[in-house]
Design a protein around this ligand. Structure first.
Ligand code: BGC
Length: 356
C-alpha cells in the first residue's frame, strides 16, 4: 500500500472505531445522583456530566436529593428498579446507600463514586475526585504563608484562629481536616496560632451536612463567648457556604475592613469569588468541575465499553471493604491575585458573572 492509501485505511479504521463506540453508547442510560442544588458546585457538576455523557451518545437521568438521605436512597432504588446501565453517585451520607448499592450490584449495574467516596460497599468500581487531603494542605499552606507563621513564631507573636470543618458523614471532610492539621498543628502546639474556643479536633469543629446556618451560629457563639476583647484573625473554613456564614457573623459582631480576618473556603463559587474580589473572603479552593466530570465519564466508558480509565491512586481510598481505584484531580488556591487568570481566562466564569 502506498502512503496515501495507508493514510486512508487508517482514517477509515478510526472512523469505524468511533462509530462503533457511538453505536455502543447509543441507548445506554446513566443514572446520576447528586446531593443538593443548594450549593452551586453540585449544579455545575451535574450539568457538566450530563452534557459530556450526552455528547458521547448516552441517555442521562440526573437527580438531586436536597441533602435528604431518604430521598437519595429512594432515587437510587428507582434507578435500580428501572434498570439503568450505570450509576454515578455523589452521596449525601453513603452509609445509608449500602443496601441499595448491593441491589445495583446484583442487577449488574456498575457504580462510579463521584467526588465523595462510597463507604462500606464492594459495589463501587471507580472513584473520581479531587485530592481531598490536598485541599486541606493547600488551605493550611495558604494560611501559613499569608500570615507568615514562621516569622510570627520567630518574633514570639501569635494569631487567633477558629475552625469550621465539613460534614462527619462525608469521607472528604476528615481528609481535608487532616491536610489542614498536617500544616497548622505545629503552630497550634507552640502557641503561634491560638484557638480561643479550644475547638481544634475534627469532632468539635465538623458541621453536619455542610450547613451554612450552623457555621454562622457557631461563629456567632464563639465570637460572643471568646472574642469580646480580642479580634479573630483567621477563620479557617472548609467550604464557601461556611465562609458566607462566618462573614454574616462577623458583620453582626461589628467587624470592619480594619479588623476583618483571613477567611478560607472551598469550591470557588460565584458568590465566593465576588467576595474575594470585594475583600470579604480571602481565598477559596478552585475545583474545576469540568475536569472532574471528564474523569468520571472515562470511568463510565470503562465499565460500559470495556476501555481503560485513567487512574492515579490505588492506595488512599479504602472504603472499609475495598480500596477503590481512583483518579484525583488537583485542587488550586484562588484569591485576588489569580482569580482572573484561573477563573476568567480559564473560562470557568465570565467577567459579567463576577460583577459586584
Ligand atoms: C466536596 C466539596 C464541597 C462540600 C460541600 C465535599 O464533599 O468535596 O467540594 O464543598 O462537599 O458541598
Amino acid at each position: 500500500m502506498n502512503k496515501k492509501l495507508i493514510g486512508v485505511a487508517a482514517v477509515a479504521a478510526l472512523a469505524s472505531m468511533a462509530l462503533s463506540t457511538a453505536a455502543f453508547a447509543e441507548g445506554e442510560t446513566v443514572g446520576i445522583l447528586m446531593p443538593t442544588q443548594s450549593s452551586e458546585r453540585w449544579i455545575n457538576d451535574g450539568a457538566n456530566m450530563k452534557a459530556q455523557l450526552e455528547e458521547k451518545g448516552y441517555n442521562v437521568e440526573l437527580q438531586y436529593a436536597e441533602d435528604d438521605t431518604a430521598t437519595q436512597v429512594s432515587q437510587l432504588e428507582n434507578y435500580v428498579g428501572k434498570g439503568v446501565d450505570c450509576l454515578v453517585i455523589a452521596a449525601i451520607d453513603s452509609d445509608v446507600l449500602v443496601n441499595a448499592e448491593a441491589q445495583a450490584k446484583e442487577a449488574g449495574i456498575p457504580i462510579i463514586a463521584y467526588d465523595r467516596l462510597l463507604m462500606n460497599t464492594d459495589a463501587v468500581s471507580y472513584y473520581a475526585t479531587f485530592d481531598n487531603k490536598g485541599v486541606g494542605t493547600v488551605i493550611g499552606n495558604y494560611i501559613k504563608e499569608k500570615k507568615d507563621l514562621e516569622a510570627a513564631r520567630a518574633a514570639g507573636e501569635s494569631y487567633t484562629i477558629e475552625f469550621f470543618m465539613g460534614s462527619p458523614d462525608d469521607n472528604n471532610a476528615l481528609f481535608l481536616y487532616n491536610g489542614i492539621m498536617e500544616v497548622l498543628q505545629e503552630y497550634l502546639d507552640d502557641g503561634t496560632l491560638v484557638c480561643k474556643s479550644g475547638r481544634t479536633s475534627f469532632e468539635d469543629t465538623c458541621i453536619l451536612r455542610w450547613d451554612q446556618q450552623t457555621a454562622q451560629s457557631n461563629c456567632e457563639n464563639i465570637l460572643t463567648a471568646k472574642y469580646a476583647d480580642v479580634d479573630l484573625d483567621i477563620a479557617c473554613t472548609a467550604f464557601d457556604g461556611f465562609a458566607y456564614g462566618v462573614k454574616a457573623a462577623l458583620q453582626g459582631a461589628g467587624y470592619t475592613e480594619e479588623n476583618w480576618p483571613l477567611i478560607t473556603g472551598q469550591d470557588a463559587e460565584v458568590m465566593a469569588t465576588k467576595n474575594i474580589i470585594n475583600g470579604s473572603q480571602t481565598m477559596s479552593i478552585y475545583k474545576d468541575t469540568r475536569l472532574l466530570a471528564e474523569k468520571a465519564v472515562t470511568m463510565v466508558d470503562a465499565v460500559l465499553q470495556g476501555s481503560e480509565p485513567e487512574i492515579n491512586d490505588t492506595e488512599q481510598y479504602n472504603n472499609g471493604v475495598i480500596t477503590v481505584p481512583t483518579y484525583m484531580c488537583t485542587p488550586v488556591a484562588v484569591d485576588a491575585s489569580n482569580y482572573e487568570e484561573l477563573l476568567i481566562e480559564g473560562e470557568y466564569y465570565t467577567e459579567e458573572q463576577l460583577a459586584q
